[in-house]
Design a protein around this ligand. Structure first.
Ligand code: CMP
Length: 138
């Protein structure tokens, strides 16, 4: 059955001008782009999005980085979308990411790692709702 996941092209990748290259790789892997927009989020909005990580040592850096420039939040659909996107992204730390993955190709560090993808069904539902209204998801 078809599944939806949530993804963000992060500020480092947007600054580098690799947004379109990442989207092409995502489409080539069989994902449909259900919704996408350009957005700039505040520190508080980044803190709300990453609330599960509040208190972790990297939280301040993460929320500062995510509010440092434009991002492209998007909703993606395919069979097994959540797990397949995470495979396509590669490991959180690009140094450990497999050859050919998005993070291996475009990410700088564990903090500035080009792309986000939901890690489970519940997270995907929360994250889609954080950025998109139901009417944008037809
Ligand atoms: P993301 O998938 O967006 O979810 C949480 C983010 O925290 C993660 O990607 C990383 O970019 C970021 N992060 C920064 N430092 C760390 C760290 N030491 N361990 C895990 N995640 C980190």
């Amino acid at each position: 059955m078809s599944e939806r996941t949530f993804s963000i092209i992060k500020p480092d990748a947007v600054r580098k001008g690799v947004t379109a290259a990442i989207l092409a790789q995502i489409e080539e892997a069989g994902f449909k782009i259900v919704a996408i927009k350009r957005a700039s989020i505040s520190r508080a909005q980044a803190e709300g999005f990453y609330a599960v990580h509040a208190g972790k040592p990297f939280f301040a850096g993460l929320t500062e980085f995510m509010s440092s420039g434009p991002i492209f939040p998007m909703v993606l659909e395919k069979e097994n979308a959540i797990a397949d996107l995470r495979k396509l992204m590669g490991a959180t730390n690009p140094a450990q990411a497999e050859e050919g993955t998005i993070r291996k190709k475009y990410a700088e560090s564990i903090g500035e790692n080009a792309i986000h993808g939901s890690d489970g069904e519940e997270t995907a539902t929360f994250e889609i709702g954080y950025f998109f209204a139901g009417i944008e998801l037809k």
